[in-house]
Design a protein around this ligand. Structure first.
Ligand code: B16
Ligand code: MG
Length: 220
């Protein structure tokens, strides 16, 4: 692939490792309801909204709860999650990511965030990345959660980029599916086992340069 028109990054699991904080908070909540789940099920919670996540957890036990209780449970989980992310600093940006972003900026490639998280604005502040991304589309700005492509399509539109010529970086199967459904070039960040649907899977950003990556992407 030649130089893309834009690059859109998922946040949790791509720029910063907050997936464990989500996992711990959901597990703690599930335990309080006598529901248990492990890492494999947790993969299904990555990239999807808070609402979809609690629905999936309750469905594990065919549990149906009134709306006000569901709301209270989501608030409780979010409180625990917010406590743990309040400690984030720029040092928590994942290895290789700052260098990779800098090189993309030097190439004048517009950059955006496409996250399902309603906490994305706080995380970006803690990481001091506000000026890096021209466009931030998060869970507060979309109606449909990943795997719906809305978050990335809104990002591409705001960056004035054609999805076919835009790269999306994602750590979740739901996010890779969203990128593919939107017609983007999808890069899975993590394990081939869960992200095999991506156009290309990378383990992380360590020692990766934009040139190396673009060369590895075969045209769709
Ligand atoms: P919140 P991403 C997603 O962020 C997480 O992967 C997912 O686990 C979480 O449930 C979702 O955000 C909603 O997060 O409760 O903070 O609104 O990976 O799309 O950046
Ligand atoms: Mg993610």
């Amino acid at each position: 692939m030649t130089k893309p028109e834009a690059c859109i990054f998922d946040l949790d699991g791509v720029i910063v490792e907050t997936s464990d904080a989500h996992f711990n908070a959901w597990q703690r909540l599930a335990e309080s309801l006598d529901i248990s789940f492990g890492e494999e099920f947790n993969e299904q919670l990555k990239g999807v909204s808070r609402r979809k996540s609690i629905e999936k957890i309750l469905a594990l036990d065919d549990r149906e709860l009134p709306e006000d209780e569901i709301q209270q449970l989501m608030d409780k989980k979010n409180g625990w999650y917010q406590d743990s992310i309040a400690e984030l600093t720029p040092d928590d940006i994942l290895d290789g990511v700052p260098e990779f972003l800098e090189q993309l900026q030097e190439m004048e490639i517009p950059l955006g965030i496409g996250s399902s998280s309603k906490n994305a604005p706080y995380i970006i502040d803690y990481l001091q990345l506000n000026s890096t991304f021209g466009v931030i589309i998060d869970g507060n700005k979309v109606e449909n959660t990943k795997p719906d492509p809305e978050v990335f399509l809104k990002g591409a539109r705001a960056l004035n980029a054609d999805p076919v010529k835009t790269i999306v970086f994602e750590d979740a199967a739901s996010g890779v599916e969203a990128a593919n459904r939107g017609g983007f070039v999808s890069i899975g960040v993590g394990s081939e086992e869960y992200l095999g649907a991506a156009d290309l899977v990378i383990q992380n950003f360590k020692d990766l340069t934009p040139e190396k990556l673009f060369n590895q992407i075969s045209d769709k």
